[in-house]
Design a protein around this ligand. Structure first.
Ligand SMILES: [Zn+2]
Length: 182
């Protein structure tokens, strides 16, 4: 087993441990699919021709696959950490259509109706079945975390807090995210 495969196995184990018994199986499948296939599946936004193309992993060379693997594992670990914190604070976390969702998050991290960190969407709202359009929007943010890695926070903030002027919100879809933009 390669080092990366071992790291993925650790992430899977953590993800499984942190979910309740009822969602353990689907949680494992979800995390497995996300970690192993992200960056190649889903999402249509052409970031390699966008303003932050220079912040993507290199597409060739010895560092390319390592960079990609690192960012995917980081996104998964970031999600695990946020789910652990949310669960400790009394939130409920479950997978919905390929996205980890934590409901009843009381911290500032769940601002503006909800925010995605790594592969996990934190929201203050009560547990419910989310609109598929919102899930599509948040899954694009998951893809952004995986593609841009730890620097995504800085890139996102550079775009400004107004969602209608934010490149990453535009790529995820204003309407799907619940934003009414001119
Ligand atoms: Zn968004």
């Amino acid at each position: 087993m390669s080092t990366f495969a071992r790291a993925v196995a650790v992430v899977l184990a953590l993800g499984g441990v942190l979910t309740s018994g009822g969602v353990l199986t689907s949680g494992g499948v979800l995390t497995s699919g996300g970690v192993l296939t992200s960056g190649t599946a889903g999402g249509a936004a052409p970031y390699d021709s966008g303003p932050y193309a220079g912040s993507l992993c290199p597409t060739e060379g010895v560092g390319s696959s390592l960079c990609t693997a690192h960012r995917q594992v980081r996104a998964a670990l970031q999600g695990v950490e946020h789910r652990a914190d949310a669960l400790a604070d009394g939130a409920t976390c479950e997978p919905q259509e390929g996205l980890w969702v934590c409901f009843g998050v009381t911290s500032v991290l769940a601002q503006r109706g909800g925010t995605t960190y790594g592969d996990t969407f934190l929201t203050a709202r009560d547990q419910q079945v989310l609109d598929s359009s919102l899930i599509v929007h948040e899954l694009e943010h998951v893809r952004q975390w995986r593609l841009f890695g730890p620097s995504f926070t800085a890139l996102y903030l550079r775009e400004g807090i107004d969602p209608c002027g934010n490149y990453f919100e535009e790529q995820a879809g204003f309407a799907d995210g619940g934003y009414t933009c001119p």
